[in-house]
Design a protein. Structure first.
Length: 387
């Protein structure tokens, strides 16, 4: 049986239904898809595609570069409480404010991409003008075409969107993103194709900023990852190098700590990183291939809840230093004219202690007898602070 598909909207052809609802007749028992447009406040005009596969529910944000808003597996909620109450319409994000930090005004999602032309910290030119804003533009660029398809025989639901980050005299990059999930599954998979639309070479950076707060993140929560190397990005991160993989409770005034990791993998180059709560009865894993996403960043921001108690697990094709530094160290991907690359990441929610234990066992096997090398200060070639 061929998959059935529905056009959610197509800006190129003027197709834009106000609402789309699909339920058991189209999807099967317990499943639903609902496209709606938010009203009021900074969320006004944001399109959300809400998917319930019968077990896991999540929201896709076409207006915000096909990011993920929230997800739920039973009582387990994935996401965080941002001071920027969103999802925020990109029209209200001052991306090009002189500081380069305007991106933070829209930062609210479970998962947002950083890229495509640049990511990492803001870069200013010699004249003081902002050249690259914090984390790039893709998370604040709306998709122009979005569809959903359902293959009941295969038991799969796919939301696909096309986002162009392109302008004359600058790179012309296209993101074709699929968010795929299987009926009654605790996971979803992001499959992204990035295409250089230009007849000229282009450069690419991409990072999956995947963020978790309470109730999954709590005092005593831990990251379990098959670490080969752990490097603090800054002297501030070096202060906590001995506890890089564990979390404090809410700490008003806490200043972020960032660690760069090399991860071990299996014979197929697959790896996995787990965040588990203090009791070990809830968790979430990111699963991906090192060949596609060779770098991994851990961001810890355990300030008070009202200020943003959150951690980020961030697979990427580069480290989130500023673009100039990354270019000097060969971590900017080159794309030939019309060349494309594919990147894939799976998010797996673990709703009980057994699922968490199984994830820990998989990671233990990846770690094997190798002992992680944990540096006590920034290292040359890893970050600006390291030289």
């Amino acid at each position: 049986m061929a998959a059935n598909s529905w056009k959610i909207f197509d800006a190129d052809h003027g197709v834009y239904p106000d609402e789309l609802k699909l339920g058991p007749p189209e999807l099967g028992p317990g499943c639903a898809i609902h496209k709606r447009t938010l009203r009021g406040g900074a969320s006004a005009g944001v399109d959300v595609v809400e998917v319930n596969n019968g077990r896991l529910s999540f929201g896709v944000l076409p207006t915000r570069g096909m990011g993920l808003w929230r997800a739920e597996l039973g009582s387990l909620k994935l996401g965080w409480n941002s001071p920027a109450k969103g999802p925020v319409n990109p029209a209200y994000v001052p991306l090009w404010e002189p500081s380069g930090l305007g991106w933070l005004a829209g930062f609210d999602e479970l998962m947002c991409r950083c890229g495509l032309e640049s990511n990492g910290g803001p870069v200013h030119g010699d004249d003081g003008q902002l050249k690259y804003p914090l984390h790039g533009k893709i998370a604040n660029t709306p998709a122009h075409t979005v569809s959903v398809s359902v293959d009941r025989e295969a038991g799969e639901i796919v939301v696909e969107g096309i986002v162009d980050e392109a302008r004359i005299y600058h790179p012309k990059l296209r993101l074709i993103s699929q968010v795929r999930t299987r009926i009654d599954s605790p996971s979803l998979t992001i499959v992204d194709r990035v295409i250089n639309l230009s007849a000229e070479p282009a450069e690419l950076q991409l990072l999956y900023h995947t963020n978790f707060g309470q109730p999954l993140l709590d005092e005593g929560a831990r990251v379990v990852a098959p670490a080969k190397t752990v490097v603090p990005q800054t002297p501030r991160a070096a202060e906590g190098y001995k506890t890089w993989d564990s979390y404090a409770g809410e700490t008003p005034g806490f200043t972020e700590q960032v660690y760069f990791l090399e991860l071990l993998a299996d014979a197929n180059d697959q790896t996995e990183a787990l965040l588990r709560n203090a009791h070990g009865n809830h968790g979430v894993s990111l699963r991906f291939t090192r060949k596609q996403l060779p770098y991994f960043t851990l961001w810890k921001s355990t300030q008070a809840t009202e200020d943003g108690y959150v951690t980020g697990l961030e697979p990427a094709i580069n480290l989130p230093n500023d673009r100039v530094y990354e270019g000097k160290h060969g971590r900017v991907t080159k794309l030939a004219p019309h060349e494309e690359r594919t990147y894939q990441m799976e998010i797996v929610a673990h709703g009980d202690a057994e699922a968490v234990a199984q994830a820990e066992e998989r990671i233990r096997k990846l770690q094997g007898s190798a002992k992680p090398i944990v540096f006590d200060k920034p290292q040359p070639g890893w970050s600006v602070a390291g030289g």
